[in-house]
Design a protein around this ligand. Structure first.
Ligand SMILES: Nc1ncnc2c1ncn2[C@@H]1O[C@H](COP(=O)(O)OP(=O)(O)O)[C@@H](O)[C@H]1O
Ligand SMILES: CC(C)(COP(=O)(O)O)[C@@H](O)C(=O)NCCC(=O)O
Ligand SMILES: [K+]
Length: 279
């Protein structure tokens, strides 16, 4: 079995994958913490022959986890943000400082779609751009939905936005604190994503397919006007592309990869921008 770990600042997600069939056997999430209890927090390592890790947690947390894993697992692969990989050139001045989850998302997005806009809605919402030809431009970081809520200290931190709520309901003025907060932060997130995407596509003269991942992707997806596809396992896709272990992965197949969305025309994006400038 292969154990894939996506350690974020809020949640540490894990996934157990059959090394022969490439089938996902089980998955889970624990609050990112200092130490892991195999068998409790993550599956028993006895069945695991390889671990692949994407981590943005503090180096200390990562080192502890790796040390623990190396004792019990034959192959441990730790993803790092590199100057270049799989045809993608890292756009950061200091490539190693790009969040590993962002780098994994950029690599997975490029492998699937070529040039793309990769959006990860987690503790932070990150928006990265990769041009056809593999040039990563860098990106944008804004607070995630939960962080925006917490920063308001209005006691609404645990009241999640219902992913099933209709997008237009979220456009209405809130008549209670929790709605005023939820509608506000939802609009802040989706407006930023829509506008950032349009501005960068306008600058670069190209319309890019958008791929959306992260714990809040389903909520945010409702308000993103740009044609996009939600890919919950996109960060894992970067691990599969960097460290292909199964037959399917060696053939370039990434688990759960969606159909690449058809972007709207550049003219339409520019018209939308021009219109928003009028307001
Ligand atoms: N099971 C869950 N428990 C808590 N939050 C969840 C859960 N599923 C989705 N979420 C939402 O996803 C967010 C975390 O998304 P994630 O992408 O895992 O963040 P990160 O990678 O930064 O740790 C939370 O802030 C919350 O809004
Ligand atoms: C921006 C992030 C905190 C987002 O992480 P997440 O929301 O997945 O916890 C992470 O990508 C990170 O720590 N980045 C390093 C700084 C940078 O990417 O510029
Ligand atoms: K994330």
């Amino acid at each position: 079995m292969i154990l894939d770990l996506d350690i974020g600042n809020t949640l540490s997600k894990w996934r157990l994958k059959d090394a022969e069939s490439s089938e996902i056997r089980s998955r889970g999430a624990v609050w990112t913490r200092e130490e892991w209890r195999p068998g409790a927090d993550i599956p028993d390592l006895d069945v695991v022959e390889a671990v692949r890790i994407s981590s943005v947690a503090r180096a200390g947390v990562l080192d502890e986890t790796v040390t623990l894993l190396r004792r019990q697992v034959r192959h441990v692969f730790v993803a790092r943000s590199l100057p270049e990989a799989l045809g993608v050139v890292n756009g950061y001045d200091e490539p190693g400082r790009l969040g590993v989850d962002r780098w994994m998302g950029a690599l997975a997005g490029y492998q699937l779609a070529g040039g793309c806009c990769a959006v990860d809605c987690g503790s932070a919402i990150t928006i990265d751009f990769v041009l056809p030809g593999g040039i990563h431009l860098g990106g944008f970081i804004i607070p995630g939905l939960r962080l925006m809520k917490e920063s308001l200290k209005l006691g609404t931190r645990n009241v999640a936005i219902d992913p099933e709520s209709e997008a237009d309901a979220l456009l209405e003025p809130g008549r209670r604190t929790v709605d005023a907060v939820n509608h506000g932060i939802y609009m802040a997130a989706v407006s930023a994503i829509n506008r950032i995407y349009s501005e960068v596509c306008d600058q670069q003269g190209i319309s890019l397919p958008m791929l959306l991942t992260g714990g809040d992707a389903r909520v945010v997806s409702r308000g993103v006007q740009v044609p996009h596809a939600v890919w919950p396992d996109m960060v894992y896709g970067g691990l599969e592309a960097c460290y292909p272990l199964t037959f399917a992965e060696r053939a370039g197949k990434m688990s759960g990869a969606p159909k690449v969305p058809e972007p709207v025309s550049l003219e339409k994006i520019r018209a939308g921008l021009a219109f928003s400038m009028l307001l």
